[in-house]
Every structure is written in C-alpha cells, then in structure tokens.
Design a protein around this ligand. Sequence first.
Ligand code: 5AD
Length: 327
Amino acid sequence: MNKDEIIEWLLGCDDDALFERSAQIRHQTVGDKVYLRGLIELSNICSKDCLYCGIRKSNSEVERYALSKEQIMSAVDLAAELRFGSVVLQSGEQTSPSFVDFIDNILRTISSKYGESLGITISIGEQSEGVYRRWRSAGAHRYLLRMESSSDELYAKIHPAGYILSERLDALKLLKKLGYQVGSGVMIGLPYQTIEDLADDLIAMRKLDIDMCGMGPYIEHSAAPLSKIETAYTPEERVKLTLRMIALLRIEMPTINIAATTATETLDINGRVKSIAAGANVMMPNLTPLDMRQKYCLYNGKTSTNLEIENYNIEYGERGDSLHYKG
Ligand code: 5AD
C-alpha cells in the first residue's frame, strides 16, 4: 500500500472492508492462534524523562521499586505453570553495571531452568552494543523497543532535548543484526500527531522489517508535562485509530507478531478482543506482583488484564516465535 491508500484507511473510509481483509490475511498466515507472554515489570526506576510517561525520572510522586530476583523468578515460574510460552521482562531504563549484571543473572537463571521451552523477551530501553550482546548470549530471544513515533519533529516534541529518533532506529537495526527478534511500535493519538504521521509510522515499521509490534493509544498521565497539551483525538478516536493501525500492519506485514496492548484495554473495556479481531495475535497478561503493579503507572487508569477471549485458539505451552524472524 502506498501512503495515500494507508491514509484513506486510517481515516475510516471503509472499516468493514479493512477488518475483513486483515482477518482473512491473518487466518492465512499466522492463523487464529493467540500467544501469551507473561509481563513482568521489573522496576519503575528510570533514567529517562520522556514527556508523556508517568514513571519519568522527574516524577517525584512515584514510589520507586525494584523486584528481587526471588520475586522475578516466582513470576517466571507462574508463567511457566500457567503454560504461557514466553515472558516479557520490562523495566524503566537503567544502565548501571550492577543493573546490567542483575539482568544478565536473571536471564541465565531463567534459561538454565527452562531452556528453550520458554521465550524470553526484554524491554529495557536503549543500551550499548556490548550490553545487547551480553543479554542475548545470556538467553534473551527478543527485544522490544518502541520508536514511539517515526517523525523526527514529533519525536523531538514528546521527548526532552537530546533524545534523537535516529539513535533509536540505529538501536533497532543493531538489535536485529545481533540476532534478536525485534519488536517496535508507536503511540497513537499523541498531541501534534497527524494521520500522515501514523501512515509514516507504518511505513517505517515495514522499512525496519520488524518481527513484532506493540502499539496503542496515547493516554495522558496527569504528572507528565505532555498531558498539559491537548491532543486532537478523543479516547474513542484513539482506539479506532489503533485498531486500524493493527489491521493495516497485519495486511502489510502478515507474518509478524502483533500485541494487543494494555493501553487499548484501558480506553476500551473490550480493547483486547477488538485488537485481536483487528489482527493482533499476542496478549501480555500482567504477572507483576499486585502491590508493585500500581507503581508501574505509565498513564492514568492503566489496567491489568483478564484472560477472557473467545473464538481464538490460545496456544498454551508454545513459544510462538515471530514467523517473520529468520534467525
Ligand atoms: N500513554 C501510552 N503509552 C505510554 N507509554 C509510556 N507512556 C505512555 C502514555 N502516557 C508506552 C511507551 C513505552 C511503553 C513502555 O509504554 O510507548 O515505549
């Protein structure tokens, strides 16, 4: 699809046809399976100061936590017991040598306990090449790093000075080179964001040739500076745009894994099911210990998930690697 066609679909020219097409393509490629990843939010300590995010460094209202190795391993064990095929270890961005060692140790512990039967995804922000290499050899299979937006101007507006989109894109290319299954994604309905920007986001993900995608609506966090700037999109519109983005991405990149995100569910009680119907094939139930979960608050009203989903075949005990990944 060219950009003009993508824009037409994003504007809602024919949602019925769009969702029918994406359902058909999904059925023929990744099938109607839904894979589960147990999400474990390791720590809300973050060295970054992204203008939209609730756990940004300068939000002094947040009580900071870091899960212990024992807490992490019990969540991993729970994922295995529930026969989720994979875990996602997500954390605020930290780069200290002790943090890098801690993650390395966790990855080795999980791998030696579960071998290749449990997929391990990490989502720990921008790191040095050496760190990406270490974590890869310690057992991580996949890396999630959202580009947040493919527009240099918009990226600059939603981040503090000095955060540069091209560096993030370089990180994604590097992760791919190092043999990770690479996931990225964007926020949808940001202040200043245009429909054209969203079309460019889809084109950028296609160009990067990602294996996985997680994208969801932007949601204000009252303690984050970006919430003072009004977005042009109502919450309903953001959900609609998210579903169209998912459908278009499924059509454009049929074999990738696409996650139904928590943010979509936060704005729409049926957000997850609707995302799956639009073309997503991955869900990430939250396994973070409950008392910590509220502290990992990226935006107002962030919910955790339930597992009710009908009409799709949840694949218990399968890793569900991206069919797009060629090793
Ligand atoms: N609204 C929606 N998504 C957000 N994220 C961070 N803050 C917000 C927000 N206010 C997303 C970012 C980040 C991921 C971990 O959470 O896209 O990459």
